[in-house]
Design a protein around this ligand. Sequence first.
Ligand SMILES: [Zn+2]
Length: 410
Amino acid sequence: MFISMVELHDTIPLWFWAIWAFVLGSCVGSFLNVAIYRLPQGGSVNKPARSYCPSCKTTIAWYDNLPIVSFLILGGRCRACRARISWQYPLVELATGLLFLGTLLFFGPTLQCAFNCAFEAAIVALIVTDFNEQILPDAITLPGTGLALAARMADHNVVGLDWMNIFFESLTGRTLPMTGLTGSLVNAALGMAIGAGTLWVLGVGYFRLRAFPLRTPDDLTDFLKRRCVVGTLARLKVRRANGKRGAVYVLGGDFSALSPEELAEAEFAPSNAGSPELSMTALDGAQVETGERGVRITSIPDDLEQTVDGRLEAGDTIISGNLEGMGLGDVKMMLFVGAFLGGGLTFFVLLIASLLGALTAAPRILLRGQSALQHALPFGVMLGLATLLALFFGEKGLTTYLDFIASFVA
Ligand SMILES: [Zn+2]
């Protein structure tokens, strides 16, 4: 009665499994599109249960919701209102389908294959939400970290652990457990520490320590205009009108729609109200004056979308500003990735992501100068792409890289 996976694999031809993996992947991709669309808005994946058109809110019939196929049949338009459907939908479905197919061919019908597919689906969702809105939703990264650890308990991963051990031993004189469940969990812990730790130290840690004093309106313009890049939060240290201290976060890099020329003009200008008014920065429309200890806000538009927690009010004095170098989203993403991949492959991810980041940013910076950094692709996209590469080529890539380094040392 019971047919094992191995028997099935032997009796049914490979092409059948390949098609099955692709179809399953594209269906998962279709679900990801829903998550990608709803999660950054704080929505739920299962409420409402059925997909609807973002333009006319018409519920989409099952036959118009088939991955890739429906998009082609409908010519990329909604059946009800003829609104254009984004290319991103079939693209995500195709990418997830191909990833599942590739994973099956690469790893065979194993537990590792199943876990890798689930992991890839989450990474695809993170890449797209970060690309679209510079958001890496906690709803993916935090449960993902827990599930990744569970996966590492069920399916042990000690890739790169022997190599991590060389460092550990030279530092402490002791060796880490390298096999079985303990080895797998040690590797996951190393991955989390290396991945999240590196990003935290480079990003959040560095910028948190570095506070820019803001004494005059010009300091504030300079801080918001030159120091902040897209995807960063600016943390403003504030003294409230009642003397209490507080912190307010403003989206520092919210200049994505501005050209470099427009950006250059962003600063304080005289306003009708007499005091200078900040224009074309995160605090667009706020009026300020030089206060006793910093920049005092005299008035602020009601509709200004400025804060994550806390809100600037008229009468507040901004004392200094810190940058959250990268959003904590990247750190949490690497907690997830590190737990799943382990230390060695996580190192590979950081290496490749930095390389991708440099390769995509360099031409822009060379052509358009420093301000092009504000239009650079978010780092989560690079981390995600590097993670997908690491799943397939990380082990080979890491060995090649280490042999290369060793050839210099020896
Ligand atoms: Zn519609």
